[in-house]
Design a protein around this ligand. Structure first.
Ligand SMILES: [Fe+2]
Ligand SMILES: [Fe+2]
Length: 231
C-alpha cells in the first residue's frame, strides 16, 4: 500500500473510532451510521473530482473524510451547528500533522474544513480550489437521492391530499431547477452537481406527471392502509 493510501486508510479508521466513541452517537446509532457513511461518500466524491480535475487527491479525500468529525457531540443551538466546520478543524489539524503532512497542505485542508458550512474560518487562510471543493463535495452528497426521500418524508408528502402534493411539487421543482444552475469550484464538481440535480429534477417531474395524468381520478381522502393492498 502506498504512503498516501495508508494515510487515507488510517484516517478512515480514526474517523470511525472517533465517532463511535461519542456518547451522543452511542445513544443515536442511526445518526452515527449516517454521519460515517456520509463522510465516506463525500470522500469518494472528492476522489472522483480530484482525479478528473488533476488535483491533489489525497488532500481532498482527507479533508472530505474529516469535514464533519465534530458531529460526535450534540449541537444544542443553531450556532453550535454553524460552528461545526471550525470545530472539526480543532480535531483534524493535530491528526493531519501527526500523519506527517506538510504544514502548508495541512492548513489548506483545514481551511476547507473550516469554511465548509458558512464560508467563514476563524484563522487566516486561502480559499483555494481544493479548499472550496470540500464544501462542494459535501453538497454533492447532500443533494443525492436520499435528499429526495428525506424532503418527501419531512414534508409529509405521502399524507397530503393530491392537490397539495401537486402544489408542493409546483414549489419544489423551480427551486431544484435553480440549484442546478449553480457553478461549483471545479469543472468536474459542477458536472457532478448537475448530474445529481438533473436526477432529482427527473424524479420530481415524473412524480408530477404521474399525479397529473389526464383522466386520472384520485380521491382526496385516502383509505386507511390495508396490509393486503398491492403496491
Ligand atoms: Fe458539515
Ligand atoms: Fe457533511
Amino acid at each position: 500500500m502506498s504512503a498516501k493510501s495508508e494515510r487515507i486508510e488510517k484516517t478512515r479508521k480514526y474517523l470511525r473510532e472517533y465517532l463511535s466513541k461519542s456518547p451522543y452517537f452511542s445513544k443515536n446509532p442511526g445518526q452515527f451510521s449516517y454521519r460515517y457513511q456520509h463522510s465516506l461518500r463525500v470522500a469518494a466524491v472528492g476522489a472522483q473530482i480530484a482525479r478528473a480535475d488533476g488535483l491533489d487527491e489525497e488532500a481532498l479525500v482527507l479533508g472530505c473524510l474529516l469535514h464533519d468529525i465534530s458531529y460526535g457531540r450534540e449541537f444544542l443551538t443553531q450556532e453550535d451547528w454553524l460552528n461545526h466546520g471550525r470545530e472539526s478543524v480543532r480535531i483534524a489539524r493535530p491528526w493531519l500533522l501527526g500523519l506527517g503532512l506538510s504544514p502548508e497542505k495541512t492548513e489548506e485542508i483545514c481551511y476547507g474544513i473550516a469554511i465548509h458550512v458558512d464560508d467563514e474560518a476563524d484563522f487566516p487562510g486561502e480559499k483555494t480550489v481544493l479548499a472550496s471543493l470540500i464544501g462542494d463535495c459535501d453538497d454533492i452528497d447532500r443533494f443525492d437521492i436520499y435528499r429526495v426521500y428525506e424532503l418527501l418524508e419531512v414534508n409529509g408528502f405521502s399524507r397530503k391530499a393530491i392537490g397539495d402534493q401537486i402544489a408542493w411539487l409546483d414549489i419544489i421543482l423551480p427551486a431544484v431547477r435553480e440549484y442546478r444552475e449553480a457553478t461549483l469550484s471545479s469543472p468536474a464538481a459542477t458536472a457532478l452537481w448537475r448530474e445529481r440535480l438533473d436526477f432529482q429534477i427527473a424524479v420530481y417531474e415524473n412524480l408530477y406527471r404521474q399525479l397529473t395524468l389526464p383522466g386520472t381520478e384520485w380521491p382526496d381522502e385516502r383509505p386507511e392502509s390495508d396490509e393486503n393492498e398491492e403496491i
